[in-house]
Design a protein around this ligand. Structure first.
Ligand SMILES: [Ca+2]
Length: 220
């Protein structure tokens, strides 16, 4: 009996230790904690409020474009109840235009899942993150596998310190030609819930809240 208890205690301890190591490791697809240092502010730019009307994406099966790229969801991990999905198309670009009161720096987090169940590594080769026309050379993001029906969005740190200009700035997330979508074995992009900027530059933007008036409707 003692042996059994000892074995059980050891198993629990091992699992706990393993979990702790695993959680601390950024390579587990679990995302990053958003950190807001003193003097900085966190800004959330919702993907569903970006210009999607003219976008052409691609669904897991079939086509997807325009407002159909916005998915409503009551899942706990979804910020503001909506996200953008089905951007499985080379060059499909989600654009966040924002304004800064002054020049400064920003940490950039993307809140993402993959729709095809498997955790997947995004790099600048298959997913461009472009600020004011310049590629951010992030190393890689291991994004947790998930699904539209049960999305488990996490924040992924792309860069700790991007240069923000005074005035107008443009952040683009660009799907590049790839074969990472393990469901279609062709081009895949992540589903995007929002972008979080942590900055001292005094950021504002104009969210296209009217997008939601078109969700679920067929445009003619
Ligand atoms: Ca959202």
């Amino acid at each position: 009996m003692k042996k059994k208890i000892l074995a059980l205690a050891c198993a629990v301890a091992c699992v706990s230790a393993f979990s702790a190591v695993f959680a601390a490791c950024s390579g587990d697809g679990g995302g990053n904690e958003v950190e807001v240092p003193e003097g900085m502010k966190e800004y959330t730019l919702e993907a569903e409020y970006t210009p999607v009307a003219d976008l052409v994406g691609g669904a897991q099966s079939g086509s997807a474009s325009g407002y159909d790229l916005i998915q409503e969801s009551s899942a706990e991990s979804v910020s503001n109840g909506y996200f953008i999905h089905n951007i499985h198309m080379t060059d499909c670009t989600i654009t966040f235009d924002f304004t800064a009161e002054r020049a400064g720096t920003a940490a950039i987090y993307l809140r993402l899942i993959t729709q095809w169940g498997n955790s997947t590594t995004f790099t600048p080769e298959n997913l461009g993150v472009v600020l004011n026309g310049t590629d951010i050379s992030y190393s890689s993001l291991l994004v947790k596998g998930s699904s539209d029906d049960d999305p488990d969005f996490r924040d992924y740190l792309v860069t700790q310190s991007a240069a923000i200009k005074q005035g107008a700035n443009k952040l683009e997330i660009i799907v590049r030609e790839n074969t990472i979508n393990t469901y279609t074995h062709s081009t895949g992009g992540p589903a995007i819930d929002c972008v979080k900027l942590v900055s001292d530059a005094g950021i504002s933007w104009t969210p296209l809240t009217e997008n939601l008036d078109h969700v679920g409707q067929i445009e003619v």
